[in-house]
Ligand binder design. Structure first.
Ligand SMILES: [Zn+2]
Length: 318
């Protein structure tokens, strides 16, 4: 009789743990030893869809970021570069929030799961919902190993975590941060990445009927005039009729994959020929995969796209 109660007691004791395990909210990593585990290092994730925050183990958070941000089939060194960039980006946000408490970041928590605001994040359950169980079976361990192999490694510049932004595919060169966001950042300068031209989805075309094009711009005369290019080769400004638009404005208005485009306006339509995908600043994810395939280590990949930064190990500053 006594034994039975002891059994019931243990089942009840482990019930919450089992529930969590089955629901897939935790437990997708093998436990680490005390020395290896960054003690108490958690990430507060703000979920844009619900407005709620969730506290995650750092390793779980990083797993979910690379699951959401980079194809799991990319080479190991590219995945590791992505982990370091994602962790450093998180630290940069935390440092910025800590030093500017009055600033409005648009949400609470350390970081959110909206890729257009912060970075994407997928829990294993969300990854299954998006790509299926086969994806998880094939990728779970691979991503976990990438996270563990570089956990706690960050890129510093001038003693602070660098703003390690990244994008899917450059247009052949990355962009200067100054040309995209207005402020120059020493380690976010334009670098060659011409190997990106081989990426699937490098070229895209957007065709808009002329009347819709005119309506969107609010003007009749949409004749293309002078174009000013950035150092990276994207459109800084484009004259259309009497007005001058920035490449970013046109990208946003016509949902272009990047600001690296050419535009032709005929009597019936406007045609954008677009190269690359994303803001093109910092690390090119496709570029990282090519460099990894040619033998670059994650350290070399990061040093290439974030010039002048220093890789630091066991970095848990906040
Ligand atoms: Zn955010």
């Amino acid at each position: 009789m006594k034994k039975k109660w002891i059994a019931v007691y243990f089942i009840l004791l482990f019930l919450p743990y089992l529930a969590v395990l089955i629901l897939g909210k935790a437990g997708f990593f093998e436990p680490r030893s005390e020395e290896e585990q960054p003690q108490g290092y958690t990430v507060t994730l703000y979920r844009q869809e619900t407005g709620e925050t969730e506290v995650l183990e750092l390793r779980d958070y990083l797993w979910g970021v690379i699951a959401g941000e980079m194809p799991a089939s990319y080479p190991e060194e590219a995945l590791k570069a992505q982990v370091v960039a994602s962790y450093t980006y998180l630290l940069h946000r935390k440092e910025t929030i800590a030093s500017h408490p009055a600033s409005d970041f648009g949400h609470t928590g350390d970081i959110c799961n909206d890729p257009s605001h912060c970075k994407a994040y997928l829990s294993p359950a969300e990854a299954v919902a998006k790509w299926g169980q086969d994806w998880l079976d094939a990728s779970q361990q691979r991503l976990a190993e990438a996270v563990d192999s570089v956990l706690g490694e960050a890129l510093l510049y001038d003693g602070s975590a660098a703003n390690t932004v990244f994008h899917a595919i450059s247009g052949g060169r990355t962009e200067n941060a100054a040309d995209v966001w207005g402020a120059s950042v020493p380690y976010l300068q334009s670098v060659d990445s011409h190997w990106d031209t081989a990426a699937k989805g490098f070229f895209s075309t957007v065709t808009i009927p002329l009347t819709e094009f005119q309506e969107t711009l609010g003007q009749q005369d949409c004749t293309p005039g002078a174009v000013v290019l950035t150092e990276g080769g994207s459109v800084a400004t484009q004259v259309l009729g009497e007005k001058t638009y920035t490449g970013r404005e046109l990208r946003q208005l016509f949902k272009l994959r990047s600001t690296r485009f050419t535009l032709e306006v005929t009597e019936t339509e406007a045609v954008f020929q677009v190269s690359g995908y994303g803001h093109q600043v910092g690390l090119s994810q496709y570029g990282a995969s090519v460099l990894a395939e040619t033998g670059y280590t994650y350290r070399e990949i990061l040093a290439y796209y974030y010039k002048g930064t220093t890789l630091t190990e066991n970095y848990y500053p906040l």
